[in-house]
Design a protein around this ligand. Structure first.
Ligand code: C2E
Ligand code: MG
Ligand code: MG
Ligand code: MG
Length: 290
């Protein structure tokens, strides 16, 4: 055993300590993986929703579902703390289906008429059974395909297996629209836009958040808006945090905005004051923004 050998020959004991630390980390990871699998089985996950707003009319046009995990001992955990773990361990496939299923149920239960938008990992999208599983969830819930959108974070051409295209086609057939999420944060490529018929293009929030500090951000957002309009794809800007952000986007004729300035992600039951059903009162936006 290599570690043991080193610990014997290295009087400082450094290697041995390193080895122990690695073991602890691995054990913690495994126990967290098990907890996550249990959480999915026992419904200990929750979806919070954040609306996307039509910047012209002020009406919500979609509700983005964001997964939350309340760990029995660690407490609240953000997706950043467990999505990559779920991806590494393969749990992501069950997690993803849980989210789609729950989002469909919430939309029915709360009578929303705008689509729910669920985030999916590139890994889920590369799974040959993905579109088929989505179809079963829709069927089981008697849910219309056009009531569901999927937000797909940019993936590299390398991650693109043959099934990505197949899933895309099959989902389109079901009426499910795909948004390209976090555009500009990863492998932003014009080829991706050309190869896939995205329903929306969502600009990574870093661009709006650095609007003030970095003069190139405004130019980049502007050019993505042009790109979207040239391709006939509505552009969403996420991370809208201030009145100045909103004003900038309106002056650039950006179609859709999302961010803390409009609404923070919240449990479904707390969306009561947000008109997500048919009875969207005109002027609601003006009345609630001052
Ligand atoms: P995302 O899809 O880009 O979601 C936007 C993230 O920005 C969310 O973080 C949201 O809470 C946060 N956000 C919203 N408005 C603002 C704002 O005005 N300012 C700032 N600074 N942040 C804002 P959250 O919920 O922690 O999710 C992080 C990421 O985790 C998501 O990024 C998404 O990629 C991933 N994720 C969330 N739920 C799921 C899920 O169910 N499945 C998968 N595969 N990934 C998920
Ligand atoms: Mg998203
Ligand atoms: Mg994302
Ligand atoms: Mg993002």
């Amino acid at each position: 055993d290599l570690a043991l050998h080193h610990s014997k020959t290295d009087p400082s004991g450094n290697i041995r300590l390193y080895d122990d630390a690695m073991r602890v980390e691995r054990d913690q990871k495994q126990s967290l993986e098990k907890d996550l699998a249990d959480a999915i089985k026992n419904d200990h996950l929750e979806l919070h929703y954040q609306p996307q707003y039509d910047l012209k009319t002020g009406s919500p046009v979609a509700l983005e579902a964001l997964v939350r995990w309340f760990h029995p001992r660690r407490g609240f955990m953000s997706p950043k703390d467990f999505i990559s773990l779920a991806e590494e361990s393969g749990i992501i496939h069950d997690l993803g289906m849980w989210c789609i299923d729950r989002a469909c149920q919430d939309r029915i239960e709360f009578g929303w008429t705008i689509p729910v938008a669920v985030n999916v990992s590139p890994q889920e999208f590369a799974n040959p059974y993905f579109a088929g599983s989505v179809a079963s969830v829709l069927r089981r819930n008697g849910f219309p395909g056009n009531g569901l959108e999927l937000e797909l974070t940019e993936f590299s051409p390398v991650q693109r297996g043959e099934f990505v295209y197949k899933n895309m086609d099959d989902l389109r057939e079901l009426g499910v629209a795909i948004t390209l999420d976090d555009y500009g944060a990863g492998h932003a490529s014009l080829g991706t836009l050309k190869a896939f018929p995205f329903g929306k293009l969502k600009v990574d929030r870093d661009y709006i958040l650095s609007l003030k500090s970095d003069p190139s951000s405004a130019r980049i957002i502007r050019s993505v808006l042009l790109l979207g309009s040239a391709l006939g794809i509505p552009v969403v800007v996420e991370g809208v945090e201030t009145a100045a952000h909103e004003a900038f986007l309106k002056s650039e004729a950006c179609e859709i905005g999302q961010g803390y300035w409009f609404a923070r992600p919240a449990p479904a039951s707390e969306l009561k004051n947000i008109p997500c059903g048919t009875s969207v009162a005109s002027g609601w936006y003006a009345a609630h923004r001052s």
